[in-house]
Design a protein. Structure first.
Length: 571
């Protein structure tokens, strides 16, 4: 076995060895633990302010069991945790900050391998990005989804149910007291959102990338098998260290292609596009928006989960989870079968006999839930560097459409005007929201699924085209064009759109066009001034260094990796 990295700390003689070991012994560790056991860092995003990860201290104990059993030495450490529903102005503003915390915490400490405990939306990409920039053997353990929400005898999905009930409330079809009753019914167990929102999508991405043991994505947080998976992951990471199976051997181009295909097949969140590009950037795998269109757009959606479908993550687990989906893709010849996974087996070896127990939840590739429903990339004079649309969640009748723009310069203006029945808007209009991108918000908030005007809801309108430089919650739905690049605050053409302009969407030809001639656009540009940057602190650093969504919204100076070597001692 290669010399353990941790022995550069604990295997030292004299003053250095004394210093590195002695302070650790204040926790009661006996001396022999420092004599050549693989040290496994358990990177924990536990926080009571991240409710989806609030059970992670217990989960970490199961990982530790496995590490001890395999002869390792587990050491748990906290990193910045990002609670999607609590953090203002948006958890995404802090994804890169958390990734830096993870990267430096791993690299600076005497760790040989790392287990990533992740759940709520941004906790998964931030940990993978940080770990990818270090390169140590790494295994992911997701916290698992909540049990299905239940309300009035039926399912109530995280987020998706909220968007639906909010429209019912605004239409006067639901009473406020009923709306508030639903709060306790939607989220009734530990775990993350149980729709195919961003957390569930990213848990599927972890598994599709080969970064977790098979079955990781779907096991409910409260199911005993979640603990078993954590324990087995603890055992496995010790073996990975002994085999020198670093993260770069797992996160290959083939793995990312599998993730893109899985994203289409599960009807996953648009947020995965940004996160996968950012993770790939850290590990040095080229990945572009075009890859999502070319590899994933023509694939069918197989998984009948909200928001694209009907069921919830608990049903997905009982039906067979991601292994059943990947088997379908493998049998159809659209899976890189040889991609290596953390258990040492190929993706195909892991899934080739995976059963499906419910074809209403996981459809076959011959009879998919929806055809051609992967993430689709649009371009044109309104989005020269691209924009995306999730076809699985869009209305087919709007995919070829020409309409009059109704423009909101900010989210505040949108909130103030959209509820006003005097707003000059009809169902054929295109709602345009500006200044909600990475720089503009800042942090690219999930506000792209603009609420429909109540006067149109009352008319029975259920969807309209919405365009913005924002993101959208993975639990949301509609014909929503997101991540317009460059964003308005960076001077993209989106900044120049005015109410009354005509906009044409042509998904079949991948086009998003603003029908304003070049001279008029040039005149508008001459009058445009960029919004002021935040004055100080993290938001300032963020605005100065964040790249656009098509580059994963990572920082320009964080792309790539620095390995795990730290040559200097601390004393
Ligand atoms: Fe944490 Fe949805 S809010 S996963």
């Amino acid at each position: 076995m290669k010399k353990l990295r941790s022995q550069e700390w604990y295997g030292r003689e004299g003053r250095d060895g004394f210093l590195y070991r002695s302070w650790m012994k204040n926790q009661g560790w006996p001396h022999d633990l420092f004599e050549g056991r693989p040290v496994i860092g358990i990177c924990n995003t536990w926080s009571e302010l991240t409710p989806c990860n609030a059970h992670f201290r217990e989960l970490a104990e199961w990982v530790k069991r496995g590490v001890w059993e395999a002869g390792g030495f587990p050491l748990e450490f906290p990193v910045m945790s990002l609670g999607e529903t609590q953090l203002r102005p948006t958890a995404m503003l802090f994804r890169n900050l958390a990734s830096m915390d993870v990267e430096e915490s791993i690299r600076g400490n005497p760790i040989d391998g790392v287990v990533l405990l992740m759940g709520c939306d941004k906790t998964t990409p931030s940990l993978l990005m940080g770990a990818a920039s270090c390169g140590l053997p790494t295994i992911g353990v997701s916290g698992g989804p909540m049990l299905s929400g239940k309300f009035r005898g039926g399912d109530l999905g995280s987020g998706t149910g909220l968007w639906q009930m909010t429209d019912q409330l605004r239409k006067g079809e639901m009473k406020p007291e009923e709306y508030y009753q639903a709060e306790s019914c939607m989220h009734r167990s530990k775990g993350h959102c149980m729709t195919m929102g961003t957390a569930s999508t990213m848990a599927n991405m972890v598994e599709a990338l080969g970064m977790s043991l098979p079955g990781n994505a779907a096991i409910p947080a409260v199911d005993a098998r979640r603990n078993t998976l954590a324990q087995m992951s603890g055992r496995r990471i010790v073996e990975m260290v002994r085999q020198d199976l670093g993260i770069s051997k797992i996160l290959t181009r083939a793995a990312f292609e599998n993730a893109i295909r899985a994203l289409a097949a599960v009807g996953g969140s648009t947020n995965a596009v940004i996160h996968l590009i950012a993770i790939a950037g850290r590990i040095g795998v080229p990945l572009s928006l075009e890859d999502f269109d070319r590899i994933g757009a023509s694939l069918p959606c197989l998984v009948n989960l909200q928001p694209a479908g009907q069921h919830l993550m608990e049903d997905y687990f009982y039906a067979g989870g991601l292994p059943a989906v990947l088997r379908q893709l493998g049998e159809a010849g659209v899976l890189n079968r040889d991609a290596l996974t953390v258990n040492g087996h190929s993706t195909w070896e892991n899934v080739r006999e995976a059963p499906c127990w419910n074809r209403d939840v996981i459809h076959s590739i011959e009879q998919p839930l929806k055809a051609n429903s992967g993430i689709t990339v649009l371009r044109g004079n309104l989005a020269p560097d691209g924009a995306i649309i999730k076809l699985a969640a869009a209305s087919p009748h709007l995919l070829q459409h020409r309409g009059r723009a109704v423009v909101f310069e900010s989210i505040e203006e949108c909130h103030a005007r959209i509820e006003d029945d005097s707003l000059d808007v009809d169902e054929n209009c295109v709602l345009v929201l500006k200044n909600c991108g990475p720089i503009g918000y800042p942090g690219m908030a999930e506000v792209g699924n603009i609420l429909l005007p109540p006067k149109l809801l009352r008319k029975g309108v259920t969807d309209m085209i919405r365009i913005s430089d924002a993101r959208m919650s993975g639990t949301a739905y509609g014909t929503v064009i997101l991540h317009v690049c460059p964003e308005a605050a960076a001077g993209g053409p989106l900044a120049l759109v005015q109410s009354g302009d005509m906009i044409e969407l042509d998904v079949a030809h991948r086009e998003l066009r603003l029908e304003v001639d070049e001279n008029s656009l040039a005149a508008r540009r001459a009058k445009w001034t960029p919004p002021p940057l935040p004055k100080r602190g993290w938001a300032r650093l963020y605005a100065e260094h964040v790249m656009q969504a098509d580059k994963g919204a990572d920082f320009d100076f964080l792309v790539g990796n620095s390995g795990a070597v730290v040559a200097r001692d601390s004393h």
